[in-house]
Design a protein around this ligand. Structure first.
Ligand code: LLP
Length: 424
């Protein structure tokens, strides 16, 4: 009998048995290795770089602790993410707050806790923040600009185009500067842009940096203002399938650093500290999902369906973006008997997780591991079909701990209320 599949030294079948399935498993060792890899790549810029982990990819209180332990800053994009970070005791001054439609309550929470930076996304947000502050207050801000760059990625995750709900269009920078001149309570530390997610080509990032520095030069010329920071967002893609391309971060950051230094010389600008906000690059490959195979149907003349005990509720990405994943059977088998199958979820939908994949002799009761689910899986999970969300287990060396408990049916009905007129 061959050995069971291991994930960072842990027997995946044993993990499934101990914690149940479906199960999200996240490796702190892998996360650490990715942080180190991106740090080394950022050094190629030969510039000062701050890394903000994008919490939207995957955030729990333990994750906030891990991010702090790695010496990273944190990007949050909602009151819920901010609350999670504050509850975990994440240093408020290292938090940067995003969002295209932040509410008064969310902004107030950010102000009350004096978080590091608020990234303003619109003129309406300037109005809201003005109403929440006094002329004597000082609030450090960045403003998100839509630089008008089309990143090569899925349309739904392109976020830097002119026609976008995110940020202030580059053409409205003059109006923005006029508005902010009247409001010295807002200390404009720099500008931000984020062109999209799961980008594997380097060109878009370079173009975005060019555009942003062009704007910096215009602002310096017209307002005599120079900036401490330039935040170029996240979006670095990862290989989901063994044959997928991997973004060449060393090449990207060598070129990007050179471009920033050259343009700052050309425009006579102070070289800003660069900020990046990787989410997926740091979290995706650190996570896997373990499922139990429940039903196998061989449809004559068609295909074989392998149904697992999770689906679009724990991983909506295939349904939303046509995202592709790689998977393997975890149980050690005596011989290799590869079969081509479709992996389906258990939702009342055609929730295909993987359209076509070779699995080694899948059997009912086997454990299946889907790779690279550490980003935007737990974070985007739902209770569709009133299914409880899986637990999350954190692996560190040979230790494993639950960092988010499995939901129970009690949790499913916890917030339900029955109006008196419906009571028996
Ligand atoms: N910074 C900002 C302002 C962002 O909007 C995002 C992602 C990031 C950083 C992090 O991007 P990353 O490095 O993770 O690509 N749910 C989609 C991804 C949406 C990303 C939204 N913004 C997916 O599952 O592919």
């Amino acid at each position: 009998m061959k050995e069971n599949l291991k994930f960072y030294g842990h027997d995946t079948v044993a993990l499934a048995k101990r914690y149940g399935t479906p199960l999200y498993v996240f490796s702190a060792n892998c996360f650490h290795a990715s942080v180190e890899a991106i740090r080394r790549a950022f050094q190629k810029t030969k510039l000062d770089v701050t890394i903000h982990y994008a919490g939207k990819a995957f955030l729990t209180k333990a994750m906030c602790k891990l991010v702090a332990q790695e010496g990273l800053h944190l990007d949050v994009a909602s009151g819920g993410e901010l609350f999670t970070a504050l509850q975990a005791g994440f240093p408020a001054e290292d938090i940067c707050f995003h969002g295209s439609n932040k509410s008064n309550e969310e902004l107030q929470m950010a102000l009350d806790h004096r978080i590091g930076l608020i990234v303003i996304d619109s003129f309406d947000e300037i109005d809201r923040l003005t109403n929440l502050t006094t002329p004597e207050d000082r609030v450090d801000i960045l403003v998100r600009i839509a630089p008008g760059i089309e990143a090569h990625t899925h349309e739904l995750i392109q976020t830097g185009k002119v026609d976008s709900k995110f940020g202030v269009p580059a053409s409205m920078v003059p109006q923005l500067m006029e508005t902010l001149q009247e409001l010295p309570r807002f200390q404009l530390k720099g500008l931000h842009c984020h062109i999209g997610s799961q980008i594997t080509e380097t060109e878009g990032f370079i173009k975005a940096a060019e555009k942003m520095l062009e704007i910096y030069a215009w602002i310096q010329k017209n307002y005599g203002q120079s900036f401490d920071y330039l935040n170029l967002g996240g979006g670095f893609g990862i290989p989901y399938l063994p044959q997928d391309p991997c973004i060449d971060l060393n090449a990207l950051f060598t070129d990007l650093g050179e471009k920033v230094r050259d343009l700052c010389t050309e425009y006579d600008l102070k070289i800003p500290q660069l900020m990046f906000e990787p989410g997926r690059y740091l979290a995706a490959t650190a996570g896997v999902t373990l499922y139990t195979v429940g039903t196998i149907k061989e449809i004559p003349g068609q295909k074989t369906y392998v149904s697992v005990d999770g689906g679009m509720m724990d991983n909506p990405r295939p349904a939303l973006y046509g995202a592709a994943y790689h998977a393997e059977i975890c149980n050690g088998k005596d011989e290799d008997k590869p079969v081509t199958v479709r992996i389906s979820g258990k939702a009342c939908e055609t929730d295909t997780l993987i359209d076509q994949i070779l699995l080694n002799d899948p059997q009912v009761g086997d454990i299946l591991m889907v790779h690279a689910t550490g980003a935007y899986n737990y974070a985007m999970a739902s209770n569709y079909n009133r299914l409880p969300k899986p637990a999350v287990v954190l692996l560190m060396d040979d230790q494993s701990d639950i960092i988010s408990r499995r939901e129970t049916y009690e949790d499913i009905v916890r917030l339900d209320e029955i109006p008196s007129w419906l009571e028996d």
